[in-house]
Design a protein around this ligand. Sequence first.
Ligand SMILES: [Zn+2]
Length: 288
Amino acid sequence: MRNFSSDQIPIRRMTADSKGGVALRVAFIDTAVLSVLLAAACSLQAEDDQSVHHYLHKKEQPHAATWGYTGQTGPAFWGNLSPEYALAKTGRRQSPIDLHDALSQDLPPLKLQYRPSKIHLIYNGHTIQENEDPGSCEIVAGKRYELQQFHFHSPSEHTVDGRHYPMEMHLVHKTADGSVAVVGVLLQMGEHNHAFDALWRLLPDADNRQRDSDQKIDVSRLLPAVHEYYSYSGSFTTPPCTEDVKWAVLKDPVTLSAGQIEQFRRVIHGNNRPVQPLNGRSILLSGP
Ligand SMILES: [Zn+2]
């Protein structure tokens, strides 16, 4: 059993099912098309997808092994499911991690340049994901990382001093040459958060796997007011668990109401990889 925090709502856990393959196919096609559009829009190099995330990798799809969060395809077995997933077992810089004993440093402020996007929500069997229109990005060390998608985990994947939050949001940014930066946002239970209303009204599920709307969502409104952050080098938290991902987990959480969390968990719950060993990595914390 994982150590869920006491403020979580007990709702049925999702189990791996055979429909995941169908869902993944939809995701691959969508994000592959999106990648092409992004590369064109940003006038970056031609697409050379050293894939860092199998959702983004159309040509890998026929070989992608089925994985899940429970049983014989659960996180403890990911590294054995496919040679492509070996890093899940052998990697030394894996995510998520427990955030503790962070070193306060004068890190540069996060440079998030987000603008509203139409809603393109998908349920892919592993998460609910919003594929973003081109135009939003994070600047890291002068380099432009395009926001491709954001998605959710329940409960949180990162823990803070051993404690899970009820949910976590991951904003996945990528350069055309394959560098990846992810911004994590911890979601705690509290006030109803109207910024999520437009998304939550359209939450897809196993029966309605894709929901699109011309209504625009401004991802910057989903973030906390203060952007102090934990910084470390890690990986994707799903197979193939590729490393060299620049993680920034915001220190301040945002709230969702109990009802909003429950609504999400009716679709998916238990899609969190357990925390991984630090293996000597340092965790930095911005701010004084
Ligand atoms: Zn994630």
